[in-house]
Write a protein that binds this ligand. Structure first.
Ligand SMILES: *Cc1c(COP(=O)(O)O)cnc(C)c1O
Length: 379
């Protein structure tokens, strides 16, 4: 089956009790057993809930994986991955990373004796330099936030495999419609379902998808033992969101392309970071591993003045000033004072997060209106 058919049908069956075509919201904590151990596959909703189960099967299908697990947030899904490791183990991670992921690694797991190395992964030699006998996991995020660097998943997976290391990929920015890391050799795919999968800015959720049975067993053991699961209402909303994922992401890509070109030709704009440009340093890798270039764009202003950037994010009327991304509505953000404010200026500027950098999550509105909005805000 191809992508859209899977998104709409995989894992879903009419409700066996009523024939309801949409998966019901099984708002229940427990399930009556006919006798001890004689149940219909569901015992307690932390362990398994039918609405969540349908979503987990659907997510596995659209990531070309065998096993899916949903969590209360993207970070809770990552928490599950790191809990598969032991004290003394080491992780090599993308350095240009979602801020919350960095906080989880360094302020939670370092104190339990897991060591993290942060390296620029578009240079695969930087990964090799950090590998030793304790290395258990490589954590890749691509495209990166907010600089839109692209990391070659297949190349990193070769390094991981030859050293017997797991490769996990945060696929939030691309969504399963644009990129399937398991097909490129990853062992674990992680999503902040909050973003494109949910797609309507009304849910916080995370997910993991894997193929290997041993990893899946660990994943479900930790999901049940730590208990950071999502609720059935949220699972229902995400099942609904995924049915239009392909349509939404197609439009995100179309709108993203037009907005990126508009910005590149604007006299007040300095640099535009979008992997669809042929002169983007990793454009060839993006073309190889992604089916489109998405609607996430970052750009800087000529003169690089903080106040100019703050004026732009204030003057927009259709774009909303907010963290997050991937919803139908367009969002604008200022990384230096918002998502990356906790990182010292010198440190963030090394990766390109300068004072005038602005990040857009281009939504699925009419692109003429979005461009007119940016035009007036930049003017
Ligand atoms: C939002 C985000 C996360 C964290 O997900 P939550 O659902 O907010 O916990 C992780 N990685 C990336 C790339 C994100 O954008």
């Amino acid at each position: 089956m191809k992508f859209a058919t899977k998104a709409i049908h995989a894992g879903l069956e009419p409700d066996s009790a009523t024939g309801a075509i949409m998966t019901p919201i099984y708002q229940t904590s427990t399930y009556v057993q006919e006798g001890v151990g004689n149940h219909k596959g569901y015992e307690y909703s932390r362990t398994l809930n039918p609405t969540r189960h349908a979503l987990e099967k659907n997510l596995a299908a659209i990531e070309n994986g065998k096993f899916g697990a949903c969590f209360g947030s993207g970070l809770a899904a990552m928490d599950c991955v790191i809990k598969m490791l032991n004290p003394g183990d080491e992780v090599i991670s993308t350095n240009d990373l979602y801020g919350g992921s960095y906080r989880l690694f360094t302020t939670i797991f370092e104190k339990y004796g897991i060591k993290f190395h942060f390296v620029p992964m578009h240079n695969t030699d930087a990964i090799k330099e950090k590998i030793n006998s304790r290395t258990k996991l490589i954590w890749v995020e691509t495209p990166t936030n907010p600089m839109m660097n692209i990391i070659d998943i297949e190349a990193v997976s070769k390094i991981a495999k030859s050293n017997n290391i797991w490769l996990a990929v945060d696929n939030t920015f691309a969504s399963p419609y644009l990129q399937n890391p398991l097909d490129l050799g990853a062992d674990i795919v992680m999503h902040s379902v909050t973003k494109f999968l949910g797609g309507h800015s009304d849910v916080v959720m995370g997910a993991l998808i894997v193929n290997d049975e041993k990893i899946a067993k660990e994943m479900y053991r930790i999901q049940n033992s730590s208990g950071a699961v999502c609720g059935p209402q949220d699972a229902f909303l995400v099942l609904r969101g995924i049915k239009t994922l392909h349509l939404r992401v197609q439009r995100h890509c179309e709108n993203g392309k037009e907005v990126a070109h508009f910005l590149r030709n604007h006299p007040e704009v300095d640099k535009v970071y979008w992997p669809g440009f042929e002169n983007h340093p990793n454009h060839d890798i993006a073309k190889k591993q992604m089916r489109g270039f998405g609607g996430m764009i970052s750009f800087t202003l000529k003169g690089n003045q903080l106040q100019d950037a703050l004026n732009v994010v204030k003057k927009v009327a259709i774009f909303s000033l907010a963290e997050s991304l991937g919803g139908v509505e367009s969002l604008i953000g200022h990384p230096a004072t918002m998502t990356h404010a906790a990182i010292p200026k010198a440190e963030r500027e090394k990766t390109g997060v300068v004072d005038s950098l602005i990040r857009l999550s281009v939504g699925v509105e009419d692109v003429e209106d979005l461009i007119a909005d940016l035009q007036q805000a930049l003017g």
